[in-house]
Design a protein around this ligand. Structure first.
Ligand SMILES: [Fe+2]
Length: 124
């Protein structure tokens, strides 16, 4: 089985995991359109999830797949989080060169990988 079948999110939310989606799928705030060369903020958070030593969101990876690029995705960031004193909330700035799709993947130590995607259009 490919790992793609093990990343929960849009298009892969079997009934058995659906109740966990609200507290595991990253909430991603970013503009839908940006001007070429412009830097934009991306805010990511996961609400309602525990932050205990035995159950927490341990990392968030951010990728971007550019339209018409032969090989995707491009890795933008990897943020490790530790339990108890952190909120599951991060913010980065990105400067997309072309239109594409932002992929935000969070790993829960008990419930696996959860992805949210956002389309970003770069206007010339
Ligand atoms: Fe969890």
């Amino acid at each position: 089985m490919s790992i793609r079948n093990l990343i929960y999110g849009e298009g892969n939310l079997p009934e058995s995991v659906r109740e966990k989606a609200r507290t595991h799928m990253p909430i991603v705030e970013c503009p839908e359109k940006v001007k070429e060369g412009e830097s934009v903020r991306v805010r990511i958070r996961i609400e309602g999830h525990p932050s205990k030593p035995d159950h927490y969101i341990s990392c968030i990876d951010i990728y971007f797949s550019e339209d018409d690029r032969p090989f995707n995705p491009i890795k933008l960031a990897h943020v490790e989080l530790y339990p108890e004193l952190t909120d599951t909330s991060i913010e980065i700035s990105i400067r997309p060169r072309r239109s594409g799709t932002l992929h935000v993947v969070a790993y829960c130590t008990s419930h696996g990988l959860w992805e949210t995607t956002r389309r970003i259009v770069v206007e010339k």
